[in-house]
Design a protein around this ligand. Structure first.
Ligand code: BES
Ligand code: ZN
Ligand code: ZN
Length: 510
């Protein structure tokens, strides 16, 4: 897979000589195709035949030299893509998702025809502003083109499709706006693809050390500040949560911090991601079936690093700090045992009833430290934290638990714009009661009932009154809703939501 080069041009689309050109076709109120001057009689005959009406998701591939309407076009293939009805009630969020999905379809079609050089003949009848449209389409193409073949060394055939190389947007009008959207979409898509790459790496190749090295690389390339706390430093800072989860491991833990600090800023957003590089459950061992998926238990951390890379490129006027506590959760003679009592950063003690409820232990230290050190105006954490969220919301919504209504609203809006929906669950003292311990300040599980919320109630103890939202991405970080631009495996969830949230941040009193 190569990085796709996107560009916008005002030159004549007929001169595009690449592998595949895309032409959007809309439907009018009577479900008939809206004819453009290009291909009018051809479309008419296709419609009469009943083969193509411009319905959303419909495709028709043809060869321009065989179609009179396209005399003079030199593209190897042209593809009509149905966009359905354009004008009218389409909500912005719906139409952005439509163009991401169409982008995904373009990528799938390119793969089918091994088409590397693509063009889109841009014409929109949507109310969606053309830069948003271009961003969504760019994201869809780039995310739909994603594959991970790094470890397929012997079976890679020479003739295998290596991915799209160039996408040219042809547009006589608005090419500057298109370029702006295209650039924004390029940044968000690369960030999400990076997060997918990190998640696809197996647990033996992506340890806390690789996580930290990658953060350093991002920092070097983008000008972010990077700090990594190693095991010794974590010990001296008394980060008992991270250290206890790491107790059974032969691989050292890390706390990774990336900072985007503008020369002038008023407010600080803090992002925290669970970077558990493999979760065996520890002494409270998980069943063998499906345990391999627990290499994905670092998707929250990957989302934070991906988002930080994009934030470095976008340079918003707000300070953004990303923290990723990282370790694996292993089983050995030195592993934490059920019943052990640990002390978190800042002094709160916790009785570890179940060593498989480890995500909250590492997040607690990072939240408490970050909150004290950076005094953020808001905190957003992302974690593959509970199986319970999958029982609750399936694979179609991220679970959101928060102590602040306005922050929840802003995140839900960002999720809707980016096609990463969230659903808020309640939080109250009653849930905190479930994690009261008889021997320590709190215990790390609260029973089966409301498992996602009691996990959040644990985290809440470490943020004081700072506006905070917890995103449980256990159901959406992989096996997310099937879409043309979301492959099987890790989805990169959260990356685009975070970027959108930060870009739309206005000085706010939450
Ligand atoms: N990483 C898991 C949560 C998870 C489960 C993510 C399935 C994705 C798919 C987490 O560390 C965990 O094991 N949670 C336990 C908590 C329980 C012991 C209270 C769970 O959900 O079973
Ligand atoms: Zn676990
Ligand atoms: Zn876990």
């Amino acid at each position: 897979m190569t990085t796709i080069k996107f560009s916008a041009t005002k030159t004549d689309q007929a001169h595009f000589s690449g592998d595949l050109a895309i032409l959007f076709v809309y439907q009018n109120k009577n479900d008939k195709p809206v004819y453009l001057k290009e291909g009018k009689s051809f479309l008419e005959s296709l419609h009469k035949l009943g083969d193509f009406a411009g319905k959303e998701g419909e495709l028709c591939i043809f060869y321009p030299e065989q179609v009179d309407d396209f005399k003079g076009y030199v593209a190897k293939r042209i593809c009509f893509i149905g966009c359905g009805k354009a004008e009218g009630k389409n909500k912005l969020t719906d139409s952005l998702e439509k163009y991401r999905k169409i982008g995904g379809q373009i990528a799938k079609t390119a793969k089918q025809y091994k088409a590397q050089k693509i063009a889109v003949f841009f014409k929109s009848f949507e109310k969606t502003s053309i830069d948003d449209f271009a961003q969504a389409l760019t994201e869809g193409i780039s995310l739909g083109d994603y594959t991970f073949t790094k470890y397929k060394k012997t079976s890679t055939k020479d003739d295998e499709f290596k991915g799209i190389t160039t996408v040219k947007y042809f547009a006589q009008d608005n090419s500057n706006k298109i370029r702006k959207g295209m650039q924004a979409g390029g940044i968000t898509a690369i960030a999400a693809r990076d997060a997918r790459d990190m998640a696809n790496e197996p647990g033996n190749k992506w340890t806390p050390a690789e996580f930290a090295d990658y953060a350093r690389t991002i920092a070097k390339e983008s000008g972010l500040k990077c700090t990594v706390f190693d095991k010794k430093k974590l010990q001296s800072m008394k980060m008992g949560g991270i250290l206890s989860v790491n107790g059974g491991s032969v691989v050292a833990p890390k706390l990774i911090i990336l900072e985007h600090e503008p020369a002038k800023y008023d407010q600080t957003i803090m992002l925290v991601g669970k970077g558990l590089t493999f979760d065996s459950g520890g002494i409270s061992l998980k069943p063998a079936a499906g345990m391999q998926d627990m290499k994905y238990d670092m998707c929250g951390g990957a989302a934070v690093l991906g988002a930080m890379k994009a934030i470095a490129a976008e340079k918003p006027a707000v300070r953004v700090v990303g923290l990723v506590p990282s370790t694996d959760n292993m089983i050995s003679g030195s592993a934490t045992k059920p019943g052990d009592v640990i002390t978190h950063y800042g002094g709160i003690t916790s009785e570890v009833i179940n060593t498989d409820a480890e995500g909250r232990l590492i997040l607690a230290d990072a939240l408490a430290y970050g909150n004290k050190q950076y005094k953020p105006d808001c905190i957003v954490d992302l974690a593959t934290l509970t199986g319970a969220v999958i029982i609750c919301l399936g694979h179609h919504n991220t679970g959101l638990v928060s102590n602040n209504d306005k922050l929840s609203e802003l995140l839900i809006e960002a999720g809707a714009r980016t096609g990463e929906p969230m659903w808020r669950l309640p939080l109250s003292k009653d849930y905190s009661k479930q994690i009261e311990s008889t021997v320590a300040d709190i215990k790390n599980i609260g029973g089966r009932e409301g498992g996602t919320i009691t996990a959040a109630a644990y985290l809440q103890k470490f943020v004081d009154d700072t506006p905070w939202a917890h995103l449980d991405i256990a159901g959406t970080a992989w096996n997310f809703t099937e879409k043309s631009y979301v492959p099987k495996g890790p989805s990169g969830i959260g990356v685009r939501t975070l970027i959108d949230f930060v870009k739309n941040w206005k000085k706010t009193k939450l």
